[in-house]
Design a protein around this ligand. Structure first.
Ligand code: ATP
Ligand code: F6P
Length: 523
């Protein structure tokens, strides 16, 4: 995908620095990553500048708690220098655009990154509103004093960058201790440490920060700062002077976040009559094999429900998803938003027919599948916008013993799956979501656990790789002899499916810093 340079004709439409504030182990990095992923998924340019990573790269990972003591002038100066390097990098990123990606980084070479121009079929969509791209740098550090925040605020404002602070406050000791145990002692800071000693050291580190911590207040930075305070994981949310599209979207997203452990289940509808005929779109019935899958689905889900005792099934309004869910006894909700990508004038055609009747469109779609909008229909970009309420609803869902299952469509599930697993917008339209398989995702602090289940009912392969002929020309997928086997994503590509353990998809924090800028996913 060609990158549009930042020029007068193609200016970055909105620049926002989201500055995290909070004591250690208050979920700042967690929130930063969530926000970055959400914005990248919506087509904005987002990038995290994690000061902890800069520290590890420049002064080394294994610093004991003394390094964080504000009363130690030598270390305080060192920490300030590291924080300023990260700030400088963020300002450079805003100034030159990540498109150049030659900004020197202390944390290693940049992976190439493509930034999605805000175009729809070649035309600039403009604005940083719902259809336009904004630039959001997330400055992830404790930023625990008014003085430090003022430095950051002034530096950004001098460069025409809006600033919004996001403070996470948590005084629930059980949550803090759980956070330390879950993510902190397994960080590079404590490699090779005895876990108990590591917890002790981290708690002392927190105490150092507490000794100098100043909560955000409306009087700071000349009383002009927009901020949002998340108190005790969203029990209370305080919003101050938040304005504009990007800031409001981020605040609304933050208000829906929670950390309750839960899993989501996703399945495409059973094979449809149109799938068999190689046709796209429409509202056809499921085939006899699709119905066989539908009958097996309740048992498969029951067998694989974890601690959840309740389930709600979401379908689209189209017949094939409703027919697939027909044998499930759990409560069901139909969402218009979950309807398949609208293929406009091509609805009901095969790919061969489209190639003959709309040869230019056929090629254009292959060139830029994410942005290509069918005449009278939608693009993947449109679909992502349409699915935003679904994502927010999934994020908001916080009943620990209650899961959601979505019986959806290929394009729709690609978009949802890409959100949870941080696929780039280029990869999104090509993600493999086969028929007659169920994906279970369990979000974790810094990643997602993925399990896949399948049943031995054959189905056509509807995945069409870039530039390939119609997928229906491909032979039927070879399916295993046994039933309800678990498999990994990679094994879906192979000829046989072997029972396989769940896959944990994590990103190291360095990778995350690079990946969220809509860049290709690291292999
Ligand atoms: P540090 O300053 O040491 O980098 P941090 O504040 O960035 O710490 P994280 O690494 O993000 O802390 O902590 C992750 C943990 O925080 C996860 O276990 C996650 O469940 C939890 N968490 C997420 N959001 C919140 C929140 N709003 N308040 C408290 N904990 C949270
Ligand atoms: O202690 C937590 C931490 O994330 C460190 O890893 C990092 O060096 C520091 O906070 C960055 O924040 P500060 O601006 O306080 O130095």
């Amino acid at each position: 995908m060609p990158t549009l340079p930042i020029t007068k004709e193609n200016p970055p439409t909105a620049k926002l620095a989201c500055v995290m504030v909070g004591l250690p182990a208050r979920g700042k990095t967690y929130v930063a990553r969530k926000v970055a992923r959400y914005l990248a998924w919506l087509g904005h340019h987002s990038r995290i500048f994690n000061v902890g990573n800069y520290r590890r790269e420049t002064v080394g990972a294994k610093q004991k708690h003394e390094f964080f003591d504000p009363k130690n002038p030598k270390f305080a100066k060192r920490r300030m220098e590291v924080a300023m390097t990260a700030l400088e990098d963020m300002l450079n990123w805003f100034e030159h655009g990540c498109s150049s990606l030659d900004i020197p980084k202390p944390n290693g070479p940049q992976s190439p990154s493509t930034h999605w121009p805000t175009t729809v079929n070649g035309k600039n969509a403009g604005g940083a509103g719902a259809g336009g791209a904004g630039w959001v740098g997330i400055y992830d550090a404790t930023n625990s004093t008014k003085e430090r925040r003022k430095v950051i605020y002034d530096a950004c404002v001098a460069k025409g960058i809006q600033v919004m602070f996001v403070e996470s406050i948590c005084d629930k000791q059980d949550i803090i201790l759980a956070n330390v145990k879950e993510v902190k002692i397994s960080s590079p800071d404590y490699v090779g440490w005895d876990p108990e000693k590591a917890v002790e050291d981290f708690m002392t580190r927190i105490a150092h920060y507490e000794s100098a911590y100043q909560c955000l207040g409306p009087e700071e930075c000349d009383g002009k700062i927009p901020y949002v305070k998340l108190i005790n994981v969203g029990d209370q949310v305080i919003v101050n002077k938040v304005r504009g599209y990007l800031q409001s979207r981020i605040v609304y997203f933050l208000m829906n976040l929670n950390i309750t452990p839960r899993s989501f289940y996703f399945s495409r509808h059973g094979e449809s009559v149109y799938n068999l005929q190689g046709k796209i779109g429409g509202d056809s019935d499921i085939s006899p094999r699709g119905e066989a899958f539908a009958k097996r689905l309740p048992g498969l889900i029951k067998d694989n429900l974890g601690v959840e005792t309740r389930l709600t099934v979401w379908t689209s309004t189209l017949k094939r998803t409703r027919q697939t869910a027909a044998f499930m006894e759990w409560p069901q909700v139909q969402w218009k938003q979950l309807d398949e990508l609208d293929s406009g004038v091509c609805d009901g055609m095969t790919y061969e027919e489209i190639e003959v009747r709309f040869p230019n469109d056929y090629l254009e779609r292959d060139e830029d599948k994410y942005n290509y909008r069918y005449h009278g229909g939608e693009s993947y970009r449109d679909l992502v916008q349409r699915l935003e309420p679904i994502i927010l609803e999934l994020e908001r869902h916080h009943e620990p013993d209650h899961s959601i299952m979505i019986v959806g469509h290929q394009a729709v599930l690609r978009a949802i799956y890409a959100y949870f697993l941080n696929y780039s917008l280029e990869e999104l339209p090509y993600i493999k979501i086969p028929l007659h398989a169920v994906v279970k995702l369990t979000p974790k602090a810094y990643g997602c656990l993925e399990e896949r289940f399948t049943v031995d009912i054959p189905a056509v392969d509807t995945h069409r790789p870039k530039g390939a002929a119609s997928p229906t020309l491909a032979p039927l997928r070879k399916l295993p002899e046994t039933t309800d086997q678990r498999m990994s994503t990679s094994q879906l590509d192979g000829p046989a499916m072997v029972a396989h353990l769940p896959v944990f998809r994590s990103m190291s924090s360095l990778e995350a810093d690079r990946t969220y800028a809509s860049s290709p996913r690291p292999s």
